[in-house]
Design a binder for this molecule. Structure first.
Ligand SMILES: [Zn+2]
Length: 241
């Protein structure tokens, strides 16, 4: 099983680990622990280096986080794949990861504001570093409201709200109304501990992604697009500086 270090410390940029499985055909290794985010919940996987080799892709398969490794130096097949039992050192592409942490947090602010002030539910979303989109069941959303929402988002960034991560026993999490609203019941049966991400006083979700510790770190953001996808379904796009 791979311990996902970013679940408890999103600010970890480097780590040591041991290779526990390899896939020479795919040129991928699984580690006992990793600070790389393997992707999921709308947040893309990290990039970086593993003992000098570029990490080009990640994916969770069962209990293991697999890291696909590029060839490193110019030309040829490059250095071989580290064998099972090898100690390796990982370094994240921090600029990309931190941009994703800011972006992910910006979308939680959007979720929180849209629910608090318009009682509209999120139906889906996706992000890249510094931009993304989120879809809502938001019948009353129209173009003018977008500017109002943009101002409210800036206010929540300026309010410097703390973002807290907790790990709760399943039964306890299932009693929290905000989590029930965000469809916590869709979590697989086997999950005994629920990781929650709370923007103090604004938003609470069950979430496996990486976020900044305070909304002020999100910085400048704007609503870069708005699309009506039918009478009820509306899409809001955000961009960060
Ligand atoms: Zn999230």
């Amino acid at each position: 099983m791979t311990e996902l270090l970013a679940q408890s410390d999103a600010y970890l940029r480097e780590f040591d680990a041991v290779v526990v499985e390899t896939d020479p055909v795919e040129r991928a290794v699984a580690l006992d622990r990793t600070a790389f985010y393997p992707g999921g919940g709308g947040q893309p996987h990290d990039l970086g280096l593993l003992s000098g080799l570029p990490v080009v892709r990640l994916q969770r398969r069962g209990d293991l986080a697999w890291h696909w490794l590029g060839a490193g130096g110019a030309g040829g097949a490059g250095p071989g794949l580290p064998a099972v039992g090898t100690r390796v050192h990982g370094v994240l592409d921090w600029e990309r990861r931190y941009a994703l942490m800011r972006t992910h947090t910006a979308f939680h602010i959007l979720c929180g504001v849209v629910w608090r002030d318009y009682q509209a539910q999120v139906t889906g979303g996706n992000m890249e570093p510094l931009k993304g989109r989120m879809d809502f069941e938001f019948q009353t959303l129209h173009g003018d409201l977008v500017h109002e929402i943009e101002a409210k988002l800036a206010a929540e960034v300026a309010a410097a709200r703390e973002v807290r991560v907790r790990h709760l026993p399943r039964a306890e999490a299932f009693r929290i109304p905000d989590l029930i609203r965000t469809k916590i019941n869709l979590l697989p049966e086997g999950i005994a501990v629920v990781r929650t991400v709370e923007i103090e006083g604004l938003d609470l979700q069950a979430d496996g992604g990486t976020h900044v510790a305070n909304t002020r770190e999100v910085g400048v953001l704007r609503v870069s697009g708005y699309k009506s996808k039918g009478r009820i379904n509306k899409r809001i796009e955000l961009e960060l500086d």
